[in-house]
Design a protein around this ligand. Structure first.
Ligand SMILES: [Zn+2]
Ligand SMILES: [Zn+2]
Length: 307
């Protein structure tokens, strides 16, 4: 499970930072990529990475500002040209369906794969045996969602030695026990899987927020997250400006991470008014409040490991 930043700037593309897109790489977990937002030229950014567009399984759109969605139609069209045949599901605020269907219809783009668009409300928007995704509204002037991606706990490691001691010979039976099946041996011994598994492996939590002012829902979404990705359009001291434009400062993002008990914070959606030399200062400001803070850069990768 890795995060790969494809675009980390605010508002308009800049040389050092393209507009927003974040890939959650779930290659080991499900052979898939989940994309969060697709600002203009997201597909160009992808060309510089190992991401295969056909692997993109889901796209979560935080809000409908151009710097988060102008790259979507082109990306969807190219995925078709590049041999993508499996379904893509896109989640996002109301209006998303119109935007995508008008763009594809007017440009006479026909996709070779099924496309499903889900206009969401707050709550659990997706769940399967591996993951739950929750959405909550933030404060950005227009509906802007934050997403909390929760990996479900996995059964602990198989205590193989203990099984052998109990008279179970290694083989396919080990896998059955690992998967939670109760087994009766030839001599009538009943093997209850929980007796032969280590403690559950705690699933990981990643919180990816859309543009927002400092708000309570951000804290709820980031509760105990292994990684919180929070916008920091402005530096500390610009709270008035941030409030007026429905954005956050470095300090406010760090405050959210601290109050939520997140383990790690990464700042993104950085205004181009801050040049490369100032990025360290932005991090230092946030670290005054929350020590384990980093700043996103285009193509930066963060691995989310089991803790
Ligand atoms: Zn934005
Ligand atoms: Zn915005």
């Amino acid at each position: 499970m890795d995060i790969l930043f494809l675009g980390t700037g605010a508002g308009i593309p800049a040389k050092l930072r393209n507009v927003t897109s974040i890939a959650l790489k779930l290659l080991e977990e499900r052979g898939a990529i989940w994309l969060f937002d697709a600002g203009e030229a997201t597909q160009h950014q992808i060309l510089h990475t190992s991401i295969k567009p056909r692997r993109i399984e889901k796209i979560f759109i935080t809000h409908l500002h151009g710097d988060h969605i102008y790259g979507l139609p082109g990306l969807l069209a190219s995925r078709s040209f590049q041999g993508g045949e499996t379904e893509v599901i896109i989640y996002g605020p109301k209006g998303l369906k119109d935007y995508i269907s008008i763009s594809l219809t007017v440009s006479q783009t026909y996709l070779k794969y099924p496309l499903k668009i889900v206009e969401i409300d707050e709550g659990v928007i997706f769940e399967d045996e591996q993951f739950i995704v929750e959405a909550r509204l933030l404060e950005h002037g227009i509906p802007s969602y934050g997403y909390r991606i929760i990996e479900k706990d996995k059964p602990g490691t198989l205590l193989a030695e203990r099984l052998v001691e109990a008279g179970v010979q290694p083989g396919p039976i080990f896998r059955k026990i690992k998967e939670g099946e109760t087994i009766t041996l030839d001599d009538g011994t009943i093997i209850v899987p929980t007796d032969f598994l280590g403690p559950d492996i705690k699933g990981r939590i990643v919180t990816i927020l859309g543009d927002t002012r400092y708000c309570d829902n951000a804290i709820l979404l980031a509760k105990d997250a292994d990684l919180l990705i929070h916008e920091a359009t402005f530096s500390k001291g610009e709270e008035k400006l941030a409030f007026d434009y429905f954005h956050s400062t470095t300090h406010q993002a760090a405050e959210v991470a601290k109050l939520a008990g997140s383990k790690q914070l990464c700042l993104t959606h950085i205004s181009s008014r801050y040049d490369r030399q100032s990025w360290g200062e932005l991090v230092a400001e946030a670290q005054e409040v929350f020590a384990n803070t980093d700043i996103a850069e285009d193509f930066k990768e963060i691995s989310i490991v089991f803790k």
